[in-house]
Design a protein around this ligand. Structure first.
Ligand code: FES
Length: 58
Protein backbone atom coordinates (compact mmCIF):
# COMPACT_ATOMS: atom_id res chain seq x y z
CA UNK A 1 0.00 0.00 0.00
CA UNK A 2 1.32 3.41 -0.91
CA UNK A 3 1.88 5.69 2.05
CA UNK A 4 3.54 8.55 0.18
CA UNK A 5 2.16 9.43 -3.21
CA UNK A 6 4.73 12.18 -3.84
CA UNK A 7 7.68 9.77 -3.58
CA UNK A 8 5.94 6.44 -4.08
CA UNK A 9 6.91 4.90 -0.75
CA UNK A 10 5.01 1.92 0.51
CA UNK A 11 4.20 0.62 3.96
CA UNK A 12 6.50 -2.35 3.23
CA UNK A 13 9.46 -0.02 2.77
CA UNK A 14 8.64 1.77 6.01
CA UNK A 15 8.17 -1.55 7.81
CA UNK A 16 11.66 -2.62 6.70
CA UNK A 17 13.13 0.65 8.01
CA UNK A 18 11.48 0.06 11.39
CA UNK A 19 13.09 -3.38 11.49
CA UNK A 20 16.41 -1.57 10.93
CA UNK A 21 15.76 0.69 13.92
CA UNK A 22 13.88 3.69 12.53
CA UNK A 23 11.45 5.13 15.09
CA UNK A 24 10.02 8.28 13.46
CA UNK A 25 8.64 9.47 10.14
CA UNK A 26 11.36 12.13 9.95
CA UNK A 27 14.04 9.47 10.37
CA UNK A 28 12.35 7.29 7.74
CA UNK A 29 12.42 10.11 5.19
CA UNK A 30 16.03 10.82 6.02
CA UNK A 31 16.95 7.16 5.44
CA UNK A 32 15.03 7.20 2.16
CA UNK A 33 17.03 10.26 1.12
CA UNK A 34 13.98 12.48 0.79
CA UNK A 35 12.08 15.19 2.58
CA UNK A 36 8.28 15.28 2.60
CA UNK A 37 6.88 17.55 -0.12
CA UNK A 38 3.17 17.99 0.58
CA UNK A 39 3.43 16.36 4.02
CA UNK A 40 0.12 14.50 3.71
CA UNK A 41 1.81 11.17 4.33
CA UNK A 42 3.70 12.01 7.51
CA UNK A 43 0.83 11.10 9.83
CA UNK A 44 0.23 7.77 8.05
CA UNK A 45 3.96 7.00 7.93
CA UNK A 46 4.19 7.55 11.67
CA UNK A 47 1.09 5.37 12.21
CA UNK A 48 2.75 2.53 10.27
CA UNK A 49 5.90 2.93 12.35
CA UNK A 50 3.93 2.94 15.61
CA UNK A 51 1.93 -0.15 14.56
CA UNK A 52 5.04 -2.11 13.62
CA UNK A 53 6.86 -1.08 16.77
CA UNK A 54 3.80 -1.92 18.89
CA UNK A 55 3.47 -5.33 17.28
CA UNK A 56 7.16 -6.02 17.82
CA UNK A 57 6.91 -5.06 21.50
CA UNK A 58 3.89 -7.30 22.11
S1 FES B 1 2.36 12.22 0.01
FE1 FES B 1 4.28 12.08 0.92
S2 FES B 1 5.15 14.05 0.66
FE2 FES B 1 3.27 14.12 -0.38
Amino acid sequence: MYVCMCHGYTDSQIRRLVEEGVTSAAEAYERLGEVPECGKCVEEAQAVIDRVRGAAAA
